[in-house]
Design a protein around this ligand. Structure first.
Ligand SMILES: [Zn+2]
Ligand SMILES: [Zn+2]
Length: 341
């Protein structure tokens, strides 16, 4: 067997990488930071109090300066967690006057492209293209240490007693990107804080209130991970049983985009739509949506099941439901059992 040259390998990896980028443009990647403060699972940002406002760009020094960070609400003494994995450095001081909250730490590390299907591509591209994807300073906290490695979600330290310095302020961690860019979008949680309560999807097809998944028929099986293309591929989706012509409902609230096609051959079922919102992103294929843009609410009519029997006679007709990041949506569909709220 001929040895694979480095050039061939790099070219192979690049091809896979480009294909991956195609399938998942960067803005669709999992780029959200983890919860930073205990008691604030959504990284809620300080509003305004008599000392100022917590949003990025808020006025400082009587309008002469701007807030170069974002203030994430955090009670004095609360546990602070690392928003992403990286390398610690510090101490980082803001006041330089030794007051009770004059402490902090910097984290520099990666985070982007972490959910690529191919670990080697992820590692290579992170290393080659994004050696330091994120760099942030967390101020007004006392870290467990000022150096070494920390992992996303690990305890990073403790919120300092801000009320002692600013009585009546909304206590907060000052979160500042090292390049002074706006970190607000990174602080938005990727998934709702209480998935058991908020993560249930509604029934997606009339006549199938429990989102029952297609079993196996002569064309294949409907579960996540089922073999495809004679075992050369896998089903990165779940097939929810749905009769031809049945009404299709939105599993959660979000923004529509499309059309999303699977077959790209213009057959009778080559249509679909994407919904992004409520912490989810899915593609629903083999349906004809009411429209391809705008917002939709959970349980609202999304469209109509296309005539699958015309293309695959005898198949268990179904909506192909695929998470945008190719993860397994089964548990979300199961949580939808009987739920239409
Ligand atoms: Zn601040
Ligand atoms: Zn499918």
């Amino acid at each position: 067997m001929p040895a694979l040259s480095l050039v061939t390998l790099v070219s192979l990896v690049s091809t896979v990488f480009i294909k991956q980028l195609d399938a998942h443009p960067p803005q669709q990647q999992h780029q959200h930071w983890a919860q930073i403060c205990s008691g604030n699972p959504t990284n809620r940002i300080r509003g305004c109090d008599r000392y100022g406002c917590g949003n990025f760009g808020a006025d400082r020094h009587g309008g002469k300066g701007k807030h170069a960070g974002v203030d994430v609400i955090c009670s004095d003494g609360a546990t602070v967690y690392a928003p992403f994995s990286g390398q610690l450095s510090g101490p980082i001081r803001f006041f330089h006057n030794g007051n009770a909250i004059d402490d902090g730490v910097q984290i520099r590390g990666s985070g982007k492209y972490s959910n690529f299907d191919f670990t080697i591509v992820s590692t290579l591209t992170t290393f080659l293209l994004h050696p330091n994807s994120y760099c942030v300073k967390l101020v007004c906290i006392h870290p467990i240490r000022y150096h070494g490695q920390i992992h996303r979600g690990e305890t990073l330290g403790r919120m300092l007693p801000m009320q002692k310095v600013y009585p009546g302020i909304i206590s907060h961690i000052h979160v500042e990107n090292c390049d002074h860019s706006d970190p607000t979008h990174l602080l938005t949680p990727a998934v709702p804080p209480l998935p058991q309560q908020d993560g249930r999807w509604a029934a997606v097809c009339s006549g199938n209130p429990t989102n029952e998944i297609r079993g196996c028929d002569k064309y294949g099986c409907g579960y996540y991970g089922a073999p495809r293309r004679n075992g050369k591929g896998k089903h990165h989706a779940v097939d929810v049983i749905c009769a031809d012509g049945a009404t299709v409902y939105a599993p959660f609230s979000g923004q529509l985009s499309g059309p999303i096609k699977f077959f790209h051959n213009g057959n009778a079922i080559d249509d679909g739509v994407q919904i992004r919102g409520s912490g989810f992103c899915v593609k629903l294929l083999c349906i004809h949506p009411i429209r391809y843009s705008g917002s939709i609410s959970k349980g609202q009519v999304l469209g109509r099941m296309l005539p699958m029997q015309r293309v695959f006679p005898g198949i268990t007709s179904h909506i192909h439901i695929e998470n945008c990041d190719h993860s397994d949506p089964t548990s979300n569909l199961e949580r939808g059992k009987g739920q239409r709220d």
